[in-house]
Design a protein around this ligand. Structure first.
Ligand code: NAP
Length: 486
């Protein structure tokens, strides 16, 4: 069968999930596939983020496609550049470049006469029988609206738009934000900056995870013994720990969560010697309410003589520096905004119009939601990877995307085999799912009283509120009665 007679698949985004979808489709003999990528390179978040200290907080051999193990990971938690290089090597191996349109953002998708009509930023049109939205979550930097920001005469940029032309050594640097990103940047720059001020609106609990290197001997074993490589990829001890973590975040009163609380509290007590600094660094909310930060080094960096933790709050930015709420002006050469991302954007600002002229903005007027994290009513034959309401936490989103693919492909098969023309989730199924999800999410640790990017605009965790094992189970087989087929 030539391409013209095959169903056409459009994948939006050439990050981790889009690459996965393309590989899986081709593996299944589906070759009428095009990936649209708004940037000039693959990699998504790993392309966008290149700041000093960038490290994946998921163990490297877990943050790996199940079908593409990698014996070369250098450390337990891999540096960001290595993750990007891994995805580039996978794309090269599967020769995906030939099906990617780079620098081409999809601006509009409309479901017309049983097909998706697609328009790109270049004014090109395409069509698809299936759209796979693999646009990622954290890709629109959140730029705070700080008084006077444009008057700053030094260099100012967001962490995901790092300006590599800027000299860092012996500079006066401010980092605003104490998420995973701010913590990693401060840790990496503490040895390089002349002085480094970390503007901390809210302190973080820090899990002291040791980021050990894999020795050459270990890598040689992984290279030469596929069984050993598989074993570390599916390490039962690590698996048990991740599952325990997953239980902890869903059951805040569990022993597992109390263990986490003890570890991070002890880490603070034992690592920070100055009582005043210790109190500045002590969060007033429960561990893992915000994404738990893994760092063996942050408290060392925070206690370096050239590092200051500023808790007074940013009042304004002036041409030479930052004025705190207490009136103090500190002068800087560089200001880094480690202020996070607009996590509720998903495919937007793309406009998407499904059946009955329903727009995505209408469908998500209350909050972004998706049945089982993959499907939206009135949007037939459109599926999301890492869409709203999927599991998040300190575990691999690659694994989650693979499970979602397993689920989605079963739904698509019913259309591919000619049984039906289109499939989309029933509104009633989403409503029921969302009701249960919201109720459970409010009881999860993410809903225990802190601000984080996990929360939607109403303060409700936007996440899968059950365990990771329950998600895996849910992804085994779609409940067909939840879907409309025609
Ligand atoms: P984030 O967790 O959303 O943190 C943003 C930080 O900026 C918070 O400390 C926030 O303070 C602060 N902030 C925002 N606006 C501010 C303002 N106007 N004034 C002062 N402070 C302000 O963002 P992120 O650190 O970029 O991390 C986002 C996610 O990316 C992580 O949770 C993680 O999932 C992922 N990530 C992963 C890794 C990894 O290791 N895999 C590394 C980096 C990032 P408040 O807390 O007070 O709101």
């Amino acid at each position: 069968m030539n391409n013209k007679n095959q169903h056409r698949y459009v994948i939006i985004g050439a990050g981790m999930a889009g690459i996965l979808a393309a590989i899986k489709l081709r593996e299944a003999g589906k070759h009428n596939v095009r990936i649209y990528e708004k940037a000039d390179r693959i990699g998504g978040t790993w392309r966008d983020n290149s700041y000093p200290g960038l490290t994946c907080d998921v163990p490297s051999h877990s943050y790996t496609y199940s079908f593409e193990p990698n014996p070369e990971w250098s450390r337990h938690l891999p540096p960001g550049a290595e993750v990007q290089a891994y995805f580039e090597s996978v794309v090269a191996k599967y020769q995906l470049e030939e099906i990617i349109s780079f620098n081409e953002e999809i601006t509009d998708c409309k479901f017309i006469n049983g097909q998706w009509q697609i328009t790109s930023s270049r004014g090109n049109s395409d069509y698809a029988d299936f759209v796979i939205a693999a646009t990622g979550v954290l890709h629109h930097p959140r730029i705070p609206n700080i008084k006077g920001m444009s008057s700053f005469k030094g260099k100012l940029f967001h962490s995901a738009r790092w300006d590599h032309s800027v000299e860092l050594d012996n500079q006066r640097i401010a980092v605003i934000g104490t998420g995973s990103t701010g913590v990693q940047i401060v840790t990496a720059l503490s040895d390089r900056a002349a002085n480094l001020c970390h503007y901390q609106r809210t302190p973080q609990w820090i899990m002291p995870v040791v980021n050990a290197e894999f020795s050459e001997a270990e890598k040689a074993v992984f290279r030469n013994d596929p069984a050993a490589l598989k074993r570390i990829q599916n390490d039962p001890e690590l698996e048990a720990n991740i599952e325990r973590f997953s239980v902890a975040i869903t059951e805040p009163d569990s022993i597992a969560m109390h263990e986490i609380e003890n570890i991070v509290a002890q880490n603070l007590e034992q690592s920070v010697t100055d009582p005043d600094l210790r109190e500045r660094l002590r969060p007033q909310y429960r561990a893992a309410c915000k994404r738990l930060i893994y760092s063996e080094e942050f408290y060392r960096a925070a206690q370096s003589p050239n590092v200051e933790i500023i808790v007074e709050g940013v009042d304004s930015i002036e041409e030479n520096g930052i004025r705190s709420a207490d009136g103090t002006l500190r002068e800087f050469d560089i200001i880094v905004l480690a202020t996070g991302f607009e996590a509720d954007r998903f495919m937007r600002p793309m406009t998407i119009t499904g059946e009955n002229e329903t727009t995505l903005e209408q469908a998500w007027a209350k909050r972004p939601s998706a049945y089982m994290s993959v499907s939206i009513p009135q949007f037939p034959n459109l599926f999301m990877l890492n869409g709203p309401n999927g599991p998040v936490g300190n575990f691999s989103l690659i694994e989650i995307a693979e499970q979602q693919w397993h689920y989605i492909s079963q739904l698509m098969a019913l259309v591919e085999n000619g049984e039906y023309k289109k499939v989309s989730v029933k509104q009633s199924a989403l409503d029921e799912f969302d009701k249960a999800r919201v109720a459970a999410a409010q009881k999860s640790i993410f809903g225990s009283g802190c601000q984080s990017w996990y929360l939607d605009s109403q303060g409700i965790p936007a996440t899968w509120p059950w365990t990771r094992a329950q998600f895996k189970e849910a992804m085994q087989t779609p409940k067909l009665s939840s879907y409309d087929f025609s």
